[in-house]
Structure formats: structure tokens, C-alpha cells
Design a protein. Structure first.
Length: 246
């Protein structure tokens, strides 16, 4: 990675008592696979303790293989949603606890851009329906623009809803694409680590359930996206990291 990890060294353990304090949890995933990669272990731990978890996907996932003939846009969206349902079932989340907002993949609006306010309104509706005590969302400065947009949309919706909730942020592309400016600063966040050794196998099964992203299932788009073994290796750890703003 070649970038500093001083912020990681301050991580504190998120133990069983800490998990219980999260209470009702809402997970925000920009794409169908982010939930399994970034916090699949935590989701499984929460569900094993009977803690409610609802997952909302902000984009439709349609840009992972935009030129596929075998899987044109409408079919790709269906495929990726079906994969997400399967993955979350493995982690203990049933289909009725999943929401798909189906905003355009690759074009999630940031603050001040067209479509931002309607996206915030959609997220507000989810917040009102779920009324979570904890929201788990991608890291604010994650290098992927959809992840940053998802953070902005969620943050604005929480403010508009006047929801008092705890916010934890998970990490996806920080390991592969981050510049030093993207990293959490030790003074701005508290870092938590969850021991997911007991559910690592479940997390890996959930990740691999996203077959369009982890295998050669869609083989007719040279520009299509799949998670490389190097990227997947970042998510094979027995720990998951989360940051919480001070």
C-alpha cells in the first residue's frame, strides 16, 4: 500500500458488549458487494446476537459490466440484486430487511450536483422507516466517488431527519487506491476493530456469492470489473476496521 497507517495503530476492540450497544443497525452499501467486503463479518456477528440489521443499496450496480451482451443493463441489475440477497442471507439478513434504491451506478450525486436532493429524500424515507440507532456507511474519503457520495447523501439525510444515531464508517478502497489525503487522521477519528474470526467463513461465502464480481461469470465485456485476488486478500482478515468521528 505504501501509505501511513498510524491511525490503525490506535484501534480499540469492539467486543460483544460494544456490539450490543449498536442496537438497531442500518448498513449503507453503494454497490452490491460492499456490504460483504466492508462489514460482512460485523453483520454476521450482529445477527448471531439477534441485533436487527437492515441493508440499503444506493446504486443499481449496472456499471460493473456496461458492455455485456449476455447481461444487458436490466438483467445485470437483477443479477446483482439476486447476488446481494443471497450474500446477506448467508450473513443472517433476510430479504425483507434489504432496500434497493436503484440510483445510477457510477453517477451517485454529491452535494450540489443534480439529483442530490432527491437521493437525500429517498434516504430520509429509509431512515424514517427503520429508525436505526447506528448507521454504518463507507468512509467519508473513500477513493471511490460513489462511496463518497453515499456518505454525503446519508449524512445529509440524517441531518434532515434530525436522527440521533451513532455512525461507523467502513473501508473498501483505502487499501488499494488511497492517497495520504484520503486517510483518516488519528486526531479526527476513533478506530474500532471487530474480531470476526468466528464468522470469517461466512464472510468469505458472502463475498463469493457476488459471482459477477468475483468470477468470470460475465466474460463478454473486456472492460468489465471483477475483484482481483489481490483486492480480495485485503478482506480475508480475521478483523474488520471501522472509524468513528470524534
Amino acid at each position: 500500500m505504501g501509505i501511513g497507517q498510524e491511525w490503525v495503530q490506535q484501534a480499540q476492540m469492539l467486543d460483544n458488549e460494544g456490539l450490543k450497544l449498536l442496537k438497531k443497525v442500518l448498513v449503507i452499501a453503494p454497490h452490491q458487494d460492499d456490504e460483504s467486503l466492508g462489514c460482512g463479518g460485523l453483520i454476521a456477528l450482529l445477527r448471531q446476537q439477534g441485533i436487527p440489521v437492515h441493508v440499503v443499496f444506493t446504486t443499481d450496480g449496472s456499471m460493473s459490466h456496461p458492455n455485456s451482451v449476455k447481461y444487458p443493463t436490466s438483467e445485470l441489475i437483477v443479477l446483482r440484486e439476486r447476488e446481494a440477497v443471497t450474500a446477506l442471507h448467508i450473513l443472517g439478513v433476510e430479504e425483507e430487511q434489504i432496500t434497493f434504491l436503484r440510483l445510477k451506478d457510477g453517477s451517485l450525486p454529491t452535494q450540489g450536483k443534480p439529483g442530490f436532493d432527491p437521493a437525500v429524500q429517498l434516504m430520509q424515507q429509509v431512515l424514517h422507516a427503520i429508525n436505526p440507532q447506528t448507521v454504518i456507511v463507507p468512509w467519508q474519503r473513500d477513493p471511490h466517488p460513489d462511496h463518497r457520495a453515499a456518505w454525503q447523501i446519508t449524512n445529509a439525510a440524517i441531518a434532515k431527519a434530525r436522527l440521533s444515531c451513532r455512525r461507523l464508517e467502513y473501508l473498501i478502497w483505502l487499501w488499494e487506491r488511497a492517497t495520504p489525503e484520503d486517510l483518516p487522521l488519528p486526531e479526527e477519528v476513533k478506530v474500532w476493530k471487530a474480531d470476526i474470526a468466528s464468522v470469517t467463513a461466512l464472510k468469505q461465502r458472502a463475498i463469493m456469492a457476488h459471482t459477477s464480481q468475483t468470477t468470470g461469470l460475465i466474460d463478454d465485456d473486456p472492460e468489465g470489473f471483477t475483484l482481483s485476488p489481490e483486492v480480495l486478500n485485503h478482506f480475508a482478515s480475521n478483523q474488520e476496521l471501522f472509524v468513528e468521528r470524534n
